[in-house]
Design a protein around this ligand. Structure first.
Ligand code: NIG
Ligand code: FE
Length: 416
């Protein structure tokens, strides 16, 4: 035998049904009787139990291998789930506005009367970073309990420089309080704050000239989002935000075509956005433009459910055009107080018409792509070791029965 080069500890999950989420949107990439081997933060091998053992044996020729073997007794293994669109960090509650909406007021009416996002802004500006972290933890715990290993968190309830930075810092803090990866996004262009009332262009200039440069310099966020909507910012204002983001090396995302069709989706897709989100009012031409640019559309069925929105995104047209569709919770105080990604996947199937494999890709492989993260969302050798083992034997169970906890083990970057 040759001299050994080093010493590694390999974790080996055996006797699993592995949903690799490789292949097309109509398949789970299932391996029955499968195994996954992990070396530190990285997946070393995935395949049948025999294939993976053969690889480890080959490795053992070169290195001293300590095997930490876990027999999953037929349980399902999936990539860790990715919630690619949340507004998890905020203060206060909008339950009173929910009561008004149920009694007949619309979301847009409440926003026009100074409520909605601005109600949450007032509570958030008054909150300390510690209070924001404490308020977000129960929601984060719910997502973690649901199998989430990566969560995007937007700012957008500060609408001034100090509070937007505080929200982003709170988002980073959450990743130190819990074993989860947080991907923070700047959403200063969420609505016009009261001090800029009637001066949306001036606020956008402040966002572009002051907030985006400060956030880029701080490294607190890697992407910039904008709410392109009749009750928020028009197409030109949204374009300026996208241009400022790109000029500072930040990725672009957009809330577009949620309540009306302003053309934000195709405009941001052409500007190189990672994703355009919502999309209820996308038309056929918009879908073609988005498909041409390979932009992910993030579906947020929780927001339609909570606002009673009957206009649903054009899923059939997007499928036909080959648009990658992600699914996220949109967890937020106004339109989607919903901290369950599996429930969002269920809603995407029941109300939007996604197939179950599409919904599973929507919360794994395509969700990772919506964040520009190519190292996760699939189980493949070399990918980041974000994995969940579930007390079920088929991936459809996760979407079919979304509220029942089914998590057996959860690993983020190789550690439990
Ligand atoms: O994704 N559309 C804008 N932002 C959120 C709602 C924010 C709020 O009402 O607090 C959304 O639906
Ligand atoms: Fe949102």
């Amino acid at each position: 035998m040759r001299a050994r080069l080093g010493h590694v500890t390999v974790t080996l999950w055996t006797n699993a049904t592995v949903a690799t989420m490789r292949g097309g949107s109509d398949e789970y990439g299932l391996i029955e009787g499968g195994a996954v081997a992990l070396d530190g933060e990285t997946i070393l091998a995935v395949g049948s139990c025999n294939e993976v053992r053969t690889m480890i044996d080959a490795d053992a020729e070169l290195e001293e291998v300590d095997l930490d073997e876990i027999d999953l007794e037929g349980r399902l293994v999936t990539p860790g789930l990715v919630d690619c669109h949340t507004h998890l960090v905020f203060a206060g509650s909008r339950a009173a506005e929910f009561e008004r909406r149920i009694a007949g007021a619309t979301y847009a009416e409440i926003a026009a009367a100074g409520g909605g996002i601005r109600t949450t802004m007032t509570a958030t500006r008054a909150a300390t970073e510690d209070e924001l972290v404490a308020a977000a933890l129960p929601r984060l715990d719910a997502l973690i309990g649901d199998g989430v290993t990566t969560v995007e968190i937007k700012s957008g309830y500060g609408l001034d420089l100090d509070t937007e930075l505080r929200l982003l810092r709170a988002a980073h803090r959450l990743a130190t309080e819990r074993h989860v990866e947080v991907v923070p996004t700047l959403l200063a262009a969420h609505t016009v704050p009261p001090e800029f009332a009637g001066r949306a262009d001036d606020y956008i200039a402040f966002v572009c000239d002051t907030i985006i440069p400060a956030v880029a310099a701080s490294g607190l966020a890697g992407a910039v989002d904008v709410f392109c909507e009749s009750i928020a910012f028009d197409l030109d204002q949204s374009r300026r935000v996208a241009q400022a983001a790109a000029a500072h090396g930040l990725s672009i995302k957009g809330h577009t075509e949620q309540l009306s069709a302003l053309g934000g989706g195709p405009m941001l897709a052409a500007a190189g956005a990672l994703s355009i989100d919502h999309g209820e009012h996308l038309g056929d031409h918009d879908v073609d433009v988005i498909a041409e640019h390979g932009t992910v559309v993030v579906l947020l069925p929780g927001a339609c459910y909570f606002t009673g929105e009957r206009q649903h995104p054009p899923v059939e047209a997007m499928r036909a055009a080959g648009v990658p569709m992600a699914v996220a919770t949109d967890t937020n105080p106004g339109t989607s107080p919903l901290a369950s990604l599996r429930l969002a996947a269920n809603q995407a199937c029941v109300t939007f018409g996604l197939t179950v494999p599409e919904a599973m890709h929507g919360i794994t492989s395509v969700a990772a792509r919506a964040l520009g993260l190519h190292d996760r969302g699939r189980i493949a050798s070399g990918a980041r070791a974000d994995l969940v083992a579930w007390d079920v034997d088929h991936p459809a169970e996760l979407v079919y029965e979304p509220v029942t906890p089914r998590q057996y083990r959860r690993i983020v970057a190789g550690s439990a």
